[in-house]
Design a protein around this ligand. Sequence first.
Ligand SMILES: Cc1cc2nc3c(=O)[nH]c(=O)nc-3n(C[C@H](O)[C@H](O)[C@H](O)COP(=O)(O)O)c2cc1C
Length: 192
Amino acid sequence: MSKQFWKPSNMLYPLPAVMVSCAREGEKPNIITLAWVGTICSDPVMVSISVRPERYSYNIIKETKEFVINLTTEKLARATDFCGVRSGRDIDKFKEMKLTPMPSKKIKAPGIAESPVNIECKVKEVVPLGSHHMFIAEVVGVSVDDGLLDEKGRLDLRKAGLIAYSHGEYMSLGNKLGKFGYSVQKRKKRKR
Ligand SMILES: Cc1cc2nc3c(=O)[nH]c(=O)nc-3n(C[C@H](O)[C@H](O)[C@H](O)COP(=O)(O)O)c2cc1C
């Protein structure tokens, strides 16, 4: 395999492209699409989102110290893109995309009812990094669409039609290749 060596660039793909909702009390809620998003701790459950200070959402999240991460699906792909190219300074993205603000359980910022998984977050720290500031946040609760649970109550996220973001493109997910630990699992002996 022959390779070119490039200057530094963000090349960690695929990524989730999520719709993050936020709101100041008494104002219209807003949605910002983010891909610079990560899972950073299991206990306590923590995530990070990196936002440019010039975004309309930046000050809302900084002041309220709250946001909801809404997972995106094939059905929500167009709205995901739209919320990433239009600003809440100029328009109401919930209205434009016919999305429904859904009251959260633990925070005041609403989630997006049409998203199958809504992750409620409280900001713990803001780290200025350069172009982006990273909000480190604790997850305080998660709402999951009942329709994604199997008869035993287990979450089957494959039913959700989640999408990924890879080098500027939105992609649906492909076939299942294995499950956690499958590489070391003993194979069942074939009956002869
Ligand atoms: C797929 C995608 C990913 C994005 N990821 C980020 C990101 O991680 N951080 C960021 O500050 N902006 C990101 N943006 C840009 C913002 O979503 C965009 O500037 C948006 O219009 C800001 O909305 P607001 O002004 O209402 O806050 C992304 C846009 C798209 C389409």
